[in-house]
Design a protein around this ligand. Sequence first.
Ligand code: ATP
Length: 221
Amino acid sequence: MARMIIEVRDLVVGYGAATALDGVSLDVAEGEMVALIGPNGAGKSTLVNTLCGILAARRGRVRVTGDLALVPEGRHLFAPLTVDDNLRLGAWRRRDRDTAHIYTLLPELGRLRDRPAGRLSGGEQQMVALGRALMSRPDVLVIDEMSLGLAPRVVASLAAHLRDRNAADGLAVLLIEQNARLALDLCSRAYVLEAGRVVAAGASAELAGSPQVAAAYLGLE
Ligand code: ATP
């Protein structure tokens, strides 16, 4: 059986009297691409923050076996710094801060390397955020709302890079997306989170074929 890289069990997380995650269980195996979809307020950001150790579990547990890197919602680049410097910040824990391999993996970034990140388009910035996360040579990427506000062509190119890294290096991915079509296309399995609970989970093809998921998330009747 594949080894789990992310294991979430019966997780309960709240803010004051409010419960944001109410008994969530979720796994990502080594080399697996898994999607988490759900509407605004479902608890997706709360899960990301708990995975990264920013929020504490009230009950249940989170175990990450391996190195996790986050591609955060909104990218959080340092606008005045160049692309190359932003990439280097992704390797702050490593001695090896060589960005050359990132320009090989993401050739679009090569011609932008000396530009301030704040001058780039949204899609270019998302590419930098992905490159920065890859700098630490992680075992698993948690990607929060990668496609938000980006043109379909740009989203397709980001998705292609993720597929390549998964196929070539066995990079595992937990993709947290409001764009359910993208998430289900890219990932082999998915979880649907609504109001702090997993209400459906399974193979992406099966979920995409379920009338409830199709109606609520794919815009199909
Ligand atoms: P979005 O896509 O809008 O970011 P989400 O799925 O990420 O939504 P969360 O942000 O995790 O959802 O929110 C889950 C629930 O917790 C919501 O009901 C939200 O109102 C509540 N919540 C989130 N952050 C806080 C906070 N700091 N204090 C109180 N309640 C919060």
